[in-house]
Ligand binder design. Sequence first.
Ligand code: IPM
Ligand code: MN
Length: 340
Amino acid sequence: MSGTHKIAVIGGDGIGPEVTAETIKVIRAAGVPIDTTDFDLGAGRYQRDGEVLSDETLEQLRTYDAILLGAVGPAIGDTSIPSGTLERGLLLKMRFAFDTYINLRPFTGVPGSIAQGCDFVVIRENTEGTYAGEGGFLRKGTAHEIATQGSVNTRFGVERCARFAFELARSRPRKKLTLVHKTNVLTFSGDLWDRTVTEVARSYPDVTLDYNHIDAACIYMVEQPGRYDVIVTDNLFGDILTDLAGAVSGGIGFASSANLNPERTGPSVFEPVHGSAHDIAGQNKANPLAAISSGALMLRHLGEDAAAQRIEAIVREFAFDPAAQTASTIEIGDTVAERL
Ligand code: IPM
Ligand code: MN
């Protein structure tokens, strides 16, 4: 399409580098010109020299058209990295700095899964809520200590997220949007979300708007996943609900995600939902389909729709193939590349 795309690659830890390598292989096989630069970041880097993500590296990343991320994190049981170091210092730092305010996660239920035959997308607000980091300790470590963790919800932030979700719902055949929140208990943030989404809905009379409380949405996700088309929700509810959505759709091994800055004032970040799975790292065992699907989301964002569509169709067909359950990481990458 529009020349060579400059991609920053953060393979990360565990199976991360293996699944991103297959993703790059597939993108090249699709004929999309990309120029990649590897960034050594994650648990391994932190353990080696203490860097999580310096401001200097952050500014280098900002110059790329997109960022492809594998997975970051230490092995389970490795307690050498305090919880939150990589989450806040690397992943969330990028989300905030690059203003990737949409976290888009599509789900297609594979055969045999609870959500078999269903197709829905969760739009998670990605820069506010409890993730904003508001709060602190008082009298920490004493018997009278207090910890608060606030939820930040701005009219601006909720509205831009709602608009994105309505636009997406409008572009899909069913044109249905479900707001998921907990307005019966979170009467301040829930009220802001409810009023904002209801107001934005006036500009989208062609989209059917529904509402579910988060607890009910968890039941529906398991018992009636077919009721969903597009879901819009806040940061933490979206985090939890997309893990459940992954589980009912055939496993987190298939779940892809895009951290989008729709206005392109910063690079968007594309990553599989799964983690670094150190227990199977380096054994050519990881399923790279979630990473490859995330690569397809990246291509869509870069305007390479035709290539994205071809990759998505092959991934879908392959995910539905029992052979994919036993194939190696490289075999899956090679097969998708060949079918292209
Ligand atoms: C996810 C992850 C992250 C999140 C963590 C690792 C910061 O769970 O992308 O869903 O909570 O957003
Ligand atoms: Mn999560």
